[in-house]
Design a protein around this ligand. Structure first.
Ligand code: SF4
Ligand code: SF4
Length: 351
């Protein structure tokens, strides 16, 4: 489990367990949830549609065997049901706003009953942008419920009536792989529900989502030129777990993510010119586009690297980077190359 999230989760649990620190615990819980949700936001805003229904770990044991879309659906359906049917006893977000129609979801359940290809087929049907809005609204509405809780509410338990009510909603499948959830939730008090599903459940599934997207990026990069259009080496880039390269649809390079169309200006320009990369462009020396924008931190480093490729070729460039990275990590490399591109080029040539 991610060290930060795990520590925050532990601390949050200790804080909410005491009356004197209960409020601080809720604050910490909201901070933890915010940090986890940022991962969902990044994934939804940067990956192509197909990433959400692919199952790169199909058949494996564990949460990572599902899809990105399923994971989001599952986390927030469970939360919606528990927060609204059990704690607030009001209407679920899914029905309140008729999200089901907009989502194109054939089910209202948590999805636990789905297996194998059913998960991929279900994921393919979902409208991901609506799914994200649904997730966001569930999170915000749960956050409001959590903020309204008092320490004395933590010991509230749920009896047979709640069990029957949950069954009647039809939001948990009666399949063996799903129906146990009702018994599980009803065996907890509110404090137990805060642990699962409002915090730990998120951590487990969001970590699984990270594994899925890392794998998808790796698969996307397979057989693709590891040199970015701007002259960076994808093989040595600190973003390589997030980015599937600017030469694929899994491009999450910083300039792509901040561009309105999600495309890196250097990649677009090279494609328009029909050239392999900026290193093949006669304007490289004075170009101010994308990565080479003057105030950009990496402008000098990118230009120095592209210049190196122009002079020595890609093969030599990758070998040189292997040597350089034995001495320095990515950040340090960028720092030493980033002062002045002429000096950067000299450093690369001496490496
Ligand atoms: S951020 Fe750029 S250099 Fe890094 S992996 Fe993505 S395309 Fe390659
Ligand atoms: S003009 Fe700039 S961004 Fe376009 S190909 Fe040339 S160096 Fe790259």
């Amino acid at each position: 489990m991610d060290k930060n999230w795990s520590e925050m989760n532990k601390e949050m649990q200790a804080l909410i367990a005491k009356n004197a620190t209960f409020r601080d615990g809720i604050e910490m819980l909201l901070t933890l949830r915010k940090s986890l949700f940022e991962q969902v936001t990044q994934i939804v805003s940067t990956y192509p549609e197909e990433a959400f229904y692919r199952m790169p770990f199909a058949g494996a044991e564990g949460y990572h065997s599902k899809t990105l879309a399923y994971s989001i659906w599952h986390i927030f359906r469970i939360e919606d049901i528990v927060a609204h049917e059990m704690i607030a006893e009001d209407q679920q977000v899914l029905f309140r706003e008729d999200f089901q129609t907009a989502l194109h979801s054939p089910i209202v359940t948590t999805g636990n009953e789905l297996v194998g290809d059913e998960i991929a087929a279900f994921s393919k049907q979902l409208n991901i942008q609506v799914l994200y809005r649904y997730a966001q609204e569930v999170m915000q509405s749960t956050d409001r419920i959590l903020m309204g809780l008092e320490y004395s509410d933590l010991k509230q338990r749920f009896g047979e009536e709640m069990r029957e009510k949950l069954l009647r909603t039809g939001c948990v499948s009666e399949a063996e792989s799903a129906v146990w959830l009702i018994g599980y939730w009803c065996s907890k008090d509110v404090q137990g529900l805060i642990r699962m599903p409002f915090s730990r459940h998120w951590i487990m599934h969001i970590e699984a989502m990270q594994r899925i997207k890392n794998r998808l990026c790796k698969l996307a990069r397979k057989g693709v030129d590891p040199i970015a259009y701007c002259g960076f080496s994808c093989n040595h880039c600190f973003l390589s777990e997030w980015c599937g390269s600017c030469r694929t649809a899994y491009n999450t390079c910083s300039f792509a993510t901040v561009s309105p169309d999600g495309k890196c200006p250097n990649a677009v320009c090279c494609q328009k010119k029909g050239i392999d990369g900026c290193y093949a462009c006669d304007q490289l020396e004075n170009c101010g586009k994308g990565f080479y924008t003057p105030p950009n931190d990496g402008a000098n480093a990118a230009r120095a690297q592209a210049m190196y490729i122009r002079k020595h070729g890609k093969k030599e460039f990758l070998k040189m980077h292997d040597r350089l990275h034995e001495k320095y990590d990515f950040a340090k490399t960028q720092e030493i190359l980033g002062q002045d591109w002429h000096e950067g080029l000299q450093i690369l040539e001496e490496s």
